[in-house]
Write a protein of this length. Sequence first.
Length: 94
Amino acid sequence: MSDLHGFYNNTTMQPLIEMFLASTPTSNPTSYQSASPIAFVTNNSPATISFHGTIDETVPVRQSITLDSLLNQSCLTTDHLFVVWFYHHFVSVV
C-alpha cells in the first residue's frame, strides 16, 4: 500500500490499521501521512519496481498506481508489473 489514508477508506482491514497506528485518519491524520510510503518519495528515491496482482482483494490496485504515478512525477526510474489473475500473494508456479 502506498497511502494509508486512502487504503483505510477502501478496505475491510480498518480495525487492523487502527490497531497498528492507534488512531483513525480523522483522529490523527499526521500518523497516517507519516506511515504512508508516498510521504517519502523524493528526487533521491531509488529505482523502484512494483508487482501487483490484478485481483488482489487485500490492497487495491489503485494503491500501486498512486505510488507509480508519484514516482514518475518525480522523474524517477520506475516500472510496474500487473500480474493478471493473481491475488495479494504470489505462489511459485513451476
